[in-house]
Design a protein around this ligand. Structure first.
Ligand SMILES: *[C@@H]1O[C@H](CO)[C@@H](O)[C@H](O)[C@H]1NC(C)=O
Ligand SMILES: [Cu+2]
Length: 162
């Protein structure tokens, strides 16, 4: 029985941290989604992975969120259909695919004159060989090592009980 528990722990040691790796980002942190904030600077120290989430926080109807393409982003072209906008004030966007993603505010001239626009580059999750991912590779090796040690302990306990 005790060894079964340890085996479950060993599995959790491997599986749970992988799930927890999906990050959630409050866009602009405590500033939220607003005008006259440098979202480009906000992204500088962040790496966005597939599965991560963006949360746009604001007081509706002061702002909204449109996902647009690169050219609409550059020129702040607001889509004509308001139905395409996110408007709850707590808009959660799951980053489902890799590549560049562009978001703008469609209210007044917030995008064109107040910089309320966000562009991010989403990278694929997995064993990325990029140097910036090196620490993640190391930490997952440590997780596997811990899991193996727990499993070995479980097997030894089983022997002792026989
Ligand atoms: C970008 O989106 C706009 C508005 O939906 C559209 O008119 C335009 O053709 C798109 N541009 C590209 C390069 O896809
Ligand atoms: Cu706005």
């Amino acid at each position: 029985m005790a060894s079964n528990l340890l085996l479950v722990l060993a599995i959790c040691t491997i599986v749970l941290p992988s799930i927890a790796l999906a990050a959630e980002y409050i866009v602009g942190d405590t500033n939220g989604w607003t005008i006259d904030f440098n979202y480009q600077a906000w992204t500088n120290d962040k790496v966005f992975h597939v599965g991560d989430r963006l949360v746009f926080q604001y007081t509706p109807p002061n702002h909204n969120v449109f996902k647009v393409n690169g050219s609409s982003f550059k020129d702040c072209i607001i889509p004509s259909s308001n139905g395409d906008a996110l408007t709850t004030g707590n808009d959660v966007v799951t980053l489902a695919t890799p590549g560049k993603k562009w978001y703008i505010c469609g209210v007044a001239k917030h995008c064109a004159e107040h910089g309320q626009k966000l562009v991010i580059d989403v990278i694929e999750e997995g064993p990325a060989p990029a140097p910036s991912a090196a620490h993640e590779v190391v930490s997952s090796s440590i997780r596997v090592f811990i899991a193996v040690m727990v499993a070995v302990a479980a097997i030894m306990m089983q022997w002792n009980m026989h």
